[in-house]
Design a binder for this molecule. Structure first.
Ligand SMILES: Nc1ncnc2c1ncn2[C@@H]1O[C@H](COP(=O)(O)OP(=O)(O)OP(=O)(O)O)[C@@H](O)[C@H]1O
Length: 465
C-alpha cells in the first residue's frame, strides 16, 4: 500500500537530492513558506512571512531574521504556532522561534523595494486570482456579481461593497480579481489593495516616523480602496480612528471602497459603532460555505492548471469527487489537498487513486470528517430502498437486499474514515473481504448503471445535509 507520511516523503526527497544540512533547511524553509502561503492567504503572506528568512536552527530554536522588531513581534504572536508546526512537519525539530532584526532580511529573491512606496506599487494584484479562474456557484454568485460590477469601473450605487464569509471562501481572490480587471479596463484609476494588517503596520510606522501626513495623503489619493480582513482592526482604537477618517474622506469624494471580513459588520466585536454603521451603508454580501458542486468545480479548474506543472501525473476517476465530498471545510484546504496529491504522485510516479488519497491525506480527512456514522448511512439507505434495516444487515442474499447492502458499504467506505474490518463488524459481523467485494461491485456498477449512479448521488447529498 502507498505510504506517504511526512517522514517517508522527506526521506525520499533527502535521498533524491543529497543536499547538505544548511541547503536542506533552506529548502524546508521554502516548503514552510509555501504551506504558510496556502494557510494564511497571499496578502498576509506577503506582509508577514515573505520578509522573513531562516538563519539557522539550533537546539530546538529556529532563528529567523525579520526586517524590523514589529514584524518579528507580530509574526511570533500571530503565526508562531503555525510556523513551528510546519517546520516540524518538514523535518526540522523546532519548539521555539527567535527573531533578530536584519534590515536585509530575505532580499535576495526580489529587487530592493524603493524607499518611498508609491500607491501603484501597493496595488499590484496577485496574478493568480482572476475572475477567469474563480468558480461561481450558488454559495458565491451574489458576491461574484457584485465584484464584477465594481470591476467594470463605472459608477456603482453601493459603497462600500462589504464581502464577508468564513476562512478560505474566496474574499481575497475576488478582491484581487477586481484589482486585476480594473487594471486592464481602467488603467487611469489608482487602485489600492491592502490587508488590515498592513494598514495597521503602515499606520504604526507612520506614527513612529512622524509621517502621518504622507500616510493620510497616500490613502486619500486612491480611487478604489480595498481593505481585506477588517476584523483585524478589532480593539485597535487609534487605527480604527484613522480608518474611519480615511473611509469618510474617500466616500465624500465618491471613491469606491471594498472591504472584507470573516464576519458581518455587526458581529465584529470591539469595532466602533460608527465604523460598523458605515460598513453597513453599502452592499453587504455573504459568501456562503461551499457546496459539493462548487468544490468539485474548483477541483476541476485546479486540475487544469496542474497539467503543465505536473506533466504525466494521472488522477483516477472518482478522486476529485472523493475530495469534494470529504473536504468541506474551505477551498484553501481543498486546494492544498489536491496539491499534495499531485506532488506525491509526481515523486513516486504513480496514478493517484482514491485509496492513495485516503492514505496520504488522512490528517486533512480526519480534520474535516463530518463524523457521519455507519448507522446513519445504513438507516438512510434502508429508507431509500424501502427495506427493513434488519433485513439489510441480515444474512439474506436476495438481490433486493444485497444491492442496497453493497450501496451502504460503498457509502461507508467513501464517507467515513472507518476501516473495512470496522465496517464489516457493523454489517452483521461480515468479513472485511465481503465489504471489499461490495465496494468494488458498486465501483463497477456506478460506471455502467445510471440508476445506481443516481442513487449514490442522491444518498450522498442526503447524508451530507
Ligand atoms: N470560488 C472559487 N474559485 C476558485 N478558487 C477559489 C474559490 N474560492 C476560493 N478559492 C481559492 O481558495 C484559496 C483561498 O481563498 P481566499 O484567500 O480568497 O480566501 P478568503 O476568503 O480571503 O480567506 P481568508 O479570510 O482566510 O483570507 C485561494 O487560493 C483561492 O484562489
Amino acid at each position: 500500500m502507498f505510504r506517504a507520511r511526512g517522514g517517508s516523503l522527506r526521506r525520499l526527497e533527502q535521498h533524491r537530492l543529497g543536499q547538505s544540512g544548511s541547503r536542506m533547511s533552506k529548502m524546508q524553509w521554502e516548503q514552510v513558506k509555501t504551506d504558510m502561503r496556502s494557510a494564511i492567504g497571499a496578502g498576509n503572506f506577503k506582509s508577514w512571512i515573505e520578509p522573513l528568512s531562516l538563519v539557522t536552527t539550533d537546539e530546538g530554536v529556529a532563528h529567523l531574521a525579520a526586517p524590523n522588531p514589529f514584524v518579528g513581534d507580530y509574526v511570533s504572536k500571530t503565526y508562531g504556532d503555525q510556523i513551528i508546526y510546519h517546520l516540524n512537519r518538514h523535518g526540522l525539530s523546532v519548539q521555539r522561534l527567535a527573531f533578530k532584526v536584519e534590515s536585509a532580511a530575505n532580499t535576495p529573491e526580489k529587487p530592493a523595494a524603493p524607499k518611498a512606496v508609491t500607491p501603484a506599487a501597493d496595488a499590484r494584484p496577485d496574478q493568480r486570482f482572476t475572475f477567469d479562474n474563480f468558480v461561481v456557484g450558488k454559495p458565491n454568485e451574489l458576491a461574484h456579481a457584485a465584484a464584477k460590477r465594481v470591476a467594470e469601473g463605472g459608477p456603482v450605487t453601493f459603497n462600500p461593497l462589504f464581502l464577508y464569509g468564513g476562512v478560505g471562501l474566496g474574499k481575497t481572490h475576488l478582491m484581487h480579481a477586481i484589482a486585476h480587471e480594473l487594471g486592464q479596463r481602467r488603467p487611469d484609476l489608482n487602485v489600492l489593495y491592502i490587508s488590515a494588517d498592513q494598514f495597521i503596520y503602515r499606520f504604526i510606522s507612520a506614527l513612529r516616523d512622524r509621517k502621518m501626513m504622507d500616510f493620510k495623503q497616500h490613502f486619500r489619493s486612491v480611487d478604489i480602496l480595498m481593505v481585506d480582513d477588517i476584523q483585524f482592526l478589532e480593539g485597535k482604537e487609534s487605527t480604527q480612528e484613522e480608518f474611519f477618517h480615511t473611509f469618510n474622506a474617500l466616500v465624500d469624494q465618491n471613491k469606491q471602497l471594498i472591504i472584507s471580513a470573516d464576519r458581518a459588520p455587526g458581529e465584529i466585536r470591539d469595532l466602533s459603532e460608527r465604523i460598523k454603521s458605515r460598513l453597513q451603508c453599502g452592499l453587504v454580501v455573504d459568501l456562503h460555505p461551499t457546496d459539493y458542486e462548487l468544490r468539485l468545480g474548483v477541483l476541476h479548474a485546479k486540475q487544469e492548471t496542474y497539467l503543465n506543472v505536473y506533466p504525466g501525473v494521472d488522477i483516477a476517476p472518482g478522486v476529485l469527487e472523493f475530495l469534494a465530498h470529504r473536504i468541506s471545510s474551505n477551498v484553501r484546504v481543498l486546494e492544498g489537498a489536491l496539491n499534495r496529491l499531485y506532488a506525491l504522485a509526481s515523486l513516486v510516479g504513480r496514478t493517484v487513486t482514491v485509496e492513495m488519497a485516503q492514505d496520504c491525506l488522512s490528517d486533512i480527512l480526519r480534520a474535516s470528517d463530518r463524523k457521519l456514522t455507519i448507522e446513519e448511512i445504513q438507516r438512510k439507505v434502508s429508507e431509500h430502498y424501502d427495506i427493513r434495516l434488519s433485513d439489510m444487515l441480515g444474512p439474506k442474499r436476495t438481490r433486493t437486499l444485497a444491492r442496497p447492502r453493497q450501496v451502504a458499504m460503498w457509502l461507508c467506505k467513501q464517507m467515513t474514515t472507518r476501516s473495512l474490518p470496522e465496517i464489516g463488524r457493523k454489517f452483521g459481523k461480515r468479513d472485511h473481504t465481503t465489504i471489499m467485494h461490495g465496494v468494488r461491485k458498486i465501483d463497477e456498477l456506478r460506471q455502467s448503471d445510471s440508476q445506481i449512479a443516481d442513487d449514490l448521488e442522491l444518498l450522498r447529498r442526503a447524508l451530507e445535509d
